[in-house]
Design a protein around this ligand. Structure first.
Ligand code: HEM
Length: 912
């Protein structure tokens, strides 16, 4: 995927193949790092190893690190440090054990930091004020490393950082870290001086990494001298990176183990078998622990610590997977998405270490389905990764058994009940807040990475694991996802009033006239008045009846087109036809004329498509306020503004045309007869009258009129067409259903030329087919989100005011608790059942329910019944090229209404 951040092209690779092309096939081309002013300042002009540009300096600095810190030999030599610190930590835990719970997170941070400091800086700093201060600030440091600096992409906007505090924060941190590193180097130099003056030779003690840098530099063995800043940058690289991420991986590994008792038991059994009760675990022991290694791999797969790795940059123009990538493109490899790609991994959301037991897949950069540490040149030799500087040490610690020693030390087992108690304590304290179960999220983006373009699927999978009510965070937006009929009933019936608001969305705000339409308007008098106008004047049963002629006329126009195509067996695109048909019916009913034809109509259709795409999401960034600037930079905001402006121009034309009296209306019947003998006023006339007379007592301005028109266009067309599209696809895939339906329709209409709405009442199987279609393919699978207006308890859990609530109607429609053979298309299930979709039976809620439920049910169903009865009753159907129904691709396409990805193309032949 190629995006743009300002003028900067950005390539995002989300498949193992693409990652392999970037980090293996064309590794040299992508071995540069993009310039980042923040990184530049943090790392002394990017003089460290991880961020320095590809070239001689990088090669030299890297070889110092590999040789003197990260080689197998060096890693072996630190074993005593790891073991000593681990023992100390376990001792500390055992002292705490009788009374207070243990904060493992804090303990992991201190432990990792102590090991890294001892190895790299020669001693621990965690017990001194300056060391503690640095540790406290490391998290900020890591955060700063990940900051997107607007100025990097739009140089003239770099002043923004002076105002948003970024410059100040970086400056403060640079000063703090520089003082610390200066102190560390000075201490080393003084110590070496002291050693030289006394008779202790430096070689007599074990050299740490800073000693080695000083030594190497002094001897100039590398052919070039490191300046003081170069040294500090390299030390910072090694030191700062290790802590935060190491403890993150340890936290995840421990959490997964404690959550999965069977996995834990298996691991304990393995450790016991290997160690045979020995008090110490040796390196040789660890080599034999296959399951342990599988657990670590699975942790790194499920919880890639830096999901997008460290950005790279292309050094020249190149073709990747057929796409031209210009020189200077920023490259992000989505290692997290690859590690959860269902094409590569079975049950990717599940923590299953067993998958690695008989697999050669490793994380050392050779298997591109698992690259938590990246791969290629910017990935160091042997078992270490350089790709992410702060993941280099953790891996080395892992490989060499630090976490293994810690987790499977015999004392650990004696402390296990205590640790379990700590987790229980956490559970209890959480349960005081009583938040619904929650899948673990990531900093800043929360659970956004667990969504896909068709979010009803991952949310359904998560519900299988976390239950019918879950708490997630979409960026900063607290969200509750409900996936059972009982839960839906609590939201849309028992507590309907509390959940009758819609969440604010800045995109919807721009596109829908400051939320002045019905579907997203905040709950209140304005919304109530608008909805009642809409129901009374357009969507009531009486009105829907009155539009019957329009439906019959438009259906017969479509039938004629199909008949023409059937004469020479030309395939017809039913998907396209359904959209035009429903649009024409909606427009004639509401506005007295069609808007589908001509250049303007075609343009508006495209515009409406773009409008719906933007409304549907377009950008996850909007849920992460601190990233909202990305939308300004990547053109998303500009696109929303343009679409809002163009839609407004079109709607302004619709309103003005009517105010000028320039429309020649079809009215409701072909001959322009009136509705029930009343006036020829249509919905638009009534809206304009209310607007001009201000008759409702609610201020309805010109924007309100346009917003309501837009609602009718957008809510009425795609949704209704989608039902017809999925229904025909399912009918044609199931020849027995087709036969049964044809028999019913012909039994009712006999040889009549055209099927009218009078005939529909008798067609019970047809109604069952539509219900079954809406069960399996609700056009809006997650309904329209709601928002809690006050604190409330649902299913025993606390939901705070302002929480967004999503109901997975798609998942509920497939819940085996309510449906036999839930994934099979079986209209018969509705033949002797009173279950309906009108919002009373919560196992079938394609139109939602309650106050904010869809007012367009009667309107939509009337069109669908008539169209399907005609198509099935009057024609036989075949797929092009002799394809069989069961081969029909049923893939869904993301959108406000989830339509078929591949349009439905079929060849009609008239029934004899
Ligand atoms: C098969 C066709 C349709 C489906 C599946 C559908 C589905 C939905 C859903 C799920 C909601 C949200 C319900 C909730 O929050 O509980 C909704 C709301 C709405 N629908 Fe429909 N709809 C369809 C057709 C129509 C038509 C034909 C119109 C009008 C011409 C329409 C107008 C609206 C409006 C105005 C709302 C907002 C109601 C509110 O927020 O108070 N819909 N629809």
């Amino acid at each position: 995927m190629l995006l743009h951040f300002g003028s900067k092209p950005v390539l995002v690779a989300s498949s193992a193949d693409a990652a392999s092309q970037i980090m293996k096939t064309h590794d040299l081309v992508f071995s540069n790092r993009p310039k980042s002013s923040v990184i530049n300042r943090l790392f002394y002009g990017s003089r460290d190893v991880a961020f320095t540009p590809y070239g001689e300096y990088w090669r030299q600095a890297k070889s110092i690190c590999v040789l003197h810190l990260l080689s197998n030999k060096r890693v072996q030599s630190y074993q005593h440090v790891r073991e000593e610190e681990t023992s100390l930590m376990i001792e500390k835990i055992s002292q705490m054990c009788s009374s207070s719970p243990v904060n493992l997170t804090e303990i992991f941070v201190t432990l990792t930091n102590d090991i890294i400091c001892r190895v790299a800086l020669g001693r621990k700093y965690s017990e001194e004020e300056k060391g503690r201060k640095i540790m406290e600030n490391l998290r900020i440091f890591v955060e700063l490393m990940g900051v997107f600096d607007v100025g990097d992409y739009i140089p003239w906007l770099s002043w923004v950082n002076r105002f948003n505090g970024l410059d100040l924060k970086v400056e403060k941190f640079v000063k703090l870290i520089d003082e610390f590193l200066e102190g560390v180097i000075e201490e080393h130099i003084n110590k070496r001086k002291g050693e030289a003056e006394s008779d202790h030779s430096v070689e007599a003690r074990c050299l740490d990494f800073v000693d080695i840098l000083i030594e190497v530099n002094k001897e100039s063995t590398i052919g070039f001298a490191l300046g003081p800043d170069d040294m500090k940058a390299i030390i910072l690289d090694v030191f700062a990176g290790g802590t935060d991420t190491t403890q993150t991986v340890m936290e995840w590994a421990m959490s997964e183990l404690l959550k999965k008792p069977i996995t834990l038991q298996k691991l304990q059994a393995e450790v016991r078998e290997v160690t045979q009760g020995k008090p110490e675990i040796t390196q040789d022991d660890l080599e034999k622990m296959r399951y342990l290694k599988a657990v670590i791999k699975e942790t790194l797969r499920c919880h890639v610590p830096a999901p997008l790795l460290v950005p790279r940059e292309s050094t020249r123009d190149i073709k990747i997977m057929g796409c031209d990538i210009p020189a200077g493109t920023l490259v992000l490899v989505n290692a997290s998405a690859i590690a959860r790609d269902p094409i590569l991994w079975e049950n990717p959301e599940e923590f299953q270490p067993e998958r690695f037991l008989n697999s050669k897949i490793d994380f050392r950069g050779l298997n591109f389905e698992l690259i938590p540490f990246g791969s290629g040149r910017r990935h160091p030799v042997s078992q270490f990764t350089e790709n992410i500087l702060y993941m280099r040490l953790p891996l080395h610690i892992f490989v060499n058994g630090f976490i293994d020693v810690y987790m499977f030390h015999p004392i650990f087992f004696s402390l296990f009940p205590l640790i379990l108690l700590w987790f229980l304590f956490k559970l209890v304290s959480n349960s005081r807040k009583n938040q619904p179960p929650s899948p673990p999220g990531l900093p800043i983006i929360g659970n956004l990475h667990q969504l896909s373009s068709l979010p009803h699927y991952p949310l359904h999978s998560l519900a299988q694991k976390y239950g019918p009510i879950m708490f997630l965070k979409f960026g900063s937006v607290p969200t509750v996802v409900v996936s059972s009929a009982d839960g839906a009933s609590l939201i849309m019936k028992t507590h309907d009033l509390i959940f009758s608001d819609r969440p604010f969305s800045s995109t919807a705000n721009k596109l829908l006239y400051n939320m002045k339409d019905i579907s997203v308007a905040p709950y209140g008098e304005y919304w109530r008045q608008l909805k009642s106008i809409c129901v009374l004047q357009l969507l009531s049963n009486k009105k829907v009846q009155a539009f019957r002629n329009i439906r019959e006329e438009e259906t017969s126009i479509m039938m004629q087109k199909i008949k023409d195509a059937s004469l020479d067996s030309t395939p017809v695109n039913l998907s396209e036809m359904f959209v035009s048909l429903t649009n024409d019916i909606v427009c004639r009913s509401a506005f007295g004329r069609k808007y589908g034809g001509g250049e303007t109509g075609k343009k508006f259709k495209l515009l409406l498509g773009e409008f719906l795409e933007l409304l549907n999401g377009g950008s996850l960034v909007k849920s992460v306020p601190c990233l909202s600037w990305i939308n300004r930079v990547n053109g998303y905001d500009a696109r929303v503004d343009r679409v809002a402006r163009e839609v407004d121009e079109f709607l302004e034309g619709v309103v003005q045309e009517r105010l000028d009296g320039a429309v020649e209306k079809y009215s409701c019947g072909s001959g322009g007869e009136t509705i029930d003998g009343e006036s020829r006023e249509d919905f638009l006339d009534i809206l304009l009258k209310i607007y001009k007379d201000n008759a409702t007592g609610v201020t309805m301005d010109r924007d309100s009129v346009k917003a309501i028109i837009l609602d009718v266009f957008s809510a009425g067309t795609d949704t209704t067409a989608t039902v017809a599209e999925w229904a025909m696809a399912e009918i044609l895939r199931h020849p027995i259903v087709l036969k049964k339906l044809q028999t019913e329709i012909r039994g009712v209409v006999g040889g009549k030329e055209q099927i009218s709405e009078d005939d529909l009442a008798e067609m019970h199987y047809l109604k069952a087919v539509i219900k079954e279609t809406l069960r399996l393919h609700p056009p809006i699978p997650l309904l329209v989100p709601r928002e809690a207006r006050e604190d409330v308890k649902i299913m025993g859990y606390d939901i705070a005011a302002g929480t967004m609530v999503i109901i997975n109607a798609w998942g509920i429609g497939r819940d085996p608790a309510y449906w036999d053979e839930p994934v099979n298309f079986m209209p018969e299930r509705f033949m002797d059942s009173s279950i309906d979709f009108k919002g009373h039976d919560f196992q079938l809620i394609p139109f939602g329910a309650g106050r904010r439920g869809c007012p367009g049910i009667a309107f939509a169903v009337a069109s669908n019944e008539l169209v399907l009865a005609n198509l099935v009753g009057k024609f036989d159907w075949q797929f092009p090229d002799g394809a069989q129904g069961k081969e029909l691709d049923m893939t869904e396409c993301p959108g406000v209404a989830v339509r078929r990805k591949i349009p439905l193309l079929v060849i009609p032949s008239p029934l004899s």
